[in-house]
Design a protein around this ligand. Structure first.
Ligand SMILES: Nc1nc2c(ncn2[C@@H]2O[C@H](COP(=O)(O)OP(=O)(O)O)[C@@H](O)[C@H]2O)c(=O)[nH]1
Ligand SMILES: [Mg+2]
Length: 193
C-alpha cells in the first residue's frame, strides 16, 4: 500500500465524538516525544498533518485521521511526561482505557518505543496493559537513525528483554531515513485483508 489520501477528521475529547460506522481503526501510542506524530506523517507521506509538537504532553485528545477513505489512524495522547499531576494521569488513564477496552473497531495498536533507551516503567506498564486487554500489538522502535548500525540488534534485544517478548513483532523505524515504513505498510495491507 502507498497512502495518498489522509484527512484529519476530529480531535475527540470523549467517546461521543468518535466517528460512526464500522471502518477499521489502527491506533498509535507511546511516550510523549517518542516520535509518534513523525511516524504518522511518514506513513501518510505528509510533512505535518499529525502535528509534530515540541511541547510534550499538550495533546489530551484522540485524533482521528481517515486514510484512503477505508480505515482510520487513531493518534492517542502520549504518556510518561514528568510534570503532570496525579489527577491528570488518572484522567488520561480512564480516557485511554475507555478507548482501548471498548472500541470494537480497533484492529491493532502500534506501540512506539524509543530504540535508544531501555523501555521506561511507563512503557512496560503500557505494554502489559495492552497484553492484558488482549489487543494485537506491534512494537515500533523509533529513532533508528540515532543509533549506529552495529548496535541495532543489541538495542532491539534490550526492548525485548524489558517487555519480556519471546515472539512478536518489533519493527525498527526512522522517520528520517524512512526505514521500516514499507514493513509497516505491508502489515497494514495484511491486516486489512
Ligand atoms: N532523528 C530522529 N528524530 C525523530 C524521529 N522521529 C521523531 N523525531 C524527533 O523527535 C521529536 C518528537 O517527535 P514527535 O513526532 O513530535 O513526537 P511525539 O510527541 O511522540 O508525537 C521531534 O523533534 C522529531 O523531529 C526519528 O525517527 N529520527
Ligand atoms: Mg505528537
Amino acid at each position: 500500500m502507498n497512502i495518498n489520501n489522509a484527512e484529519f477528521i476530529i480531535s475527540a475529547v470523549g467517546p461521543q465524538q468518535y466517528p460512526d460506522g464500522q471502518l477499521p481503526e489502527f491506533a498509535f501510542i507511546g511516550r510523549s516525544n517518542v516520535g509518534k506524530s513523525s511516524f504518522i506523517n511518514t506513513l501518510i507521506n505528509r510533512k505535518n498533518l499529525a502535528r509534530t509538537s515540541s511541547h510534550p504532553g499538550k495533546t489530551q485528545t484522540i485524533n482521528y485521521y481517515l486514510i484512503e477513505n477505508t480505515f482510520y489512524f487513531v493518534d492517542l495522547p502520549g504518556y510518561g511526561f514528568a510534570k503532570v499531576s496525579k489527577t491528570m494521569r488518572a484522567k488520561w488513564g480512564k480516557f485511554i482505557e475507555a478507548y482501548l477496552s471498548k472500541r470494537n473497531q480497533l484492529q491493532c495498536v502500534f506501540h512506539l518505543i524509543d530504540i535508544r533507551h531501555v523501555p521506561t516503567h511507563d512503557d512496560v506498564l503500557m505494554f502489559q496493559w495492552l497484553q492484558h486487554l488482549g489487543i494485537p500489538t506491534i512494537i515500533i522502535a523509533t529513532k533508528l537513525d540515532k543509533i549506529p548500525r552495529g548496535k541495532r540488534q543489541q538495542h532491539i534485544a534490550q526492548i525485548k528483554k524489558a517487555l519480556n517478548i519471546k515472539e512478536g513483532l518489533i519493527i525498527p523505524f526512522s522517520s528520517v531515513s524512512r526505514e521500516g515504513k514499507d514493513e509497516v505498510l505491508a502489515l497494514l495491507d495484511e491486516m486489512l485483508g
